[in-house]
Design a protein around this ligand. Structure first.
Ligand SMILES: [Zn+2]
Length: 242
């Protein structure tokens, strides 16, 4: 699998027979192989995860499919794009939390998408495709903000652990998980729990707001996870995962 880091939580993953684009909001999308179906995922509608430019990909790659979290209002979107001459309707799947959906791609391969409930907005995605399992957390994280009540923190941690519990049965090949330096003293909590709960071969930290030093700090604190983490250091970075 070839991975390109676009920006923030935006990644492109090129598999043997399909391409997956996650949470694009800015950065340069490389030229994609036209012989592979493209599936575009949006975990929720927040500005740092969603940019309507993604719908223009449909003119370049006609079979593109969009998998959108339910908080993106689809009807209005379809009408808007229709006014621009883009017929989106049949290309969109709108998914709520805790669903499992089979998505046949135009090259007759099958993608299975399972959604988890985010602790912020929208969903996280678990993809099963040709013997590979991928996970993109969106904003599913342990959000522990200074100044919030102890009760809020406890609820947050309980909800987060409940979602991670659902991942236990999977052997994940590649995961994208938030590591947000704004959480300061609690920045590592969500990532650490993810690594503890799941059996994941390769984890890519994201949602770092350009502050890539947080990965190094995490590894200094938890050196046992170094071999499982990819160090993102610049937009446009490419790497390969088996
Ligand atoms: Zn976000």
């Amino acid at each position: 699998m070839k991975v390109t880091y676009l920006a923030h939580s935006g990644f492109l993953v090129e598999m043997k027979n399909a391409c997956f684009l996650f949470d694009y909001y800015t950065g340069a999308i490389p030229e994609l192989p036209k012989e592979k179906p493209l599936v575009v995922f949006v975990s929720h509608s927040h500005r740092d995860h969603y940019n309507r430019e993604i719908y223009q990909l449909l003119s370049q790659y006609p079979g593109t499919q969009y998998v959108l979290a339910k908080d993106i209002p689809v009807k209005r979107l379809i009408a808007e794009q229709e006014a621009k001459g883009i017929n989106l309707g049949e290309h969109i799947k709108s998914l709520r939390k805790d669903t499992k959906t089979m998505l046949p791609l135009w090259n007759h391969t099958l993608l299975t998408v399972t959604t988890l409930k985010s602790t912020d907005a929208g969903v996280a995605f678990l993809l099963e495709y040709e013997n590979r399992i991928l996970y993109h957390a969106g904003d599913l994280n342990l959000w522990y903000w200074e100044g919030e009540s102890r009760q809020t923190h406890e609820n947050m941690e309980r909800t987060y652990r409940m979602e991670l519990e659902k991942l236990r049965e999977y052997s994940i090949d590649l995961a994208f998980v938030p590591l947000d330096p704004r959480l300061e003293g609690h920045a590592f909590d969500g990532m650490r729990l993810f690594l503890e709960y799941t059996d994941t071969k390769c984890t890519v930290p994201m949602h770092m707001w350009g502050d890539y030093g947080v990965v190094e700090s995490f590894i200094e604190r938890f050196p046992e996870y170094e071999s499982k983490l990819i160090q993102i250091t610049y937009e446009g970075q490419e790497f390969t995962v088996e």
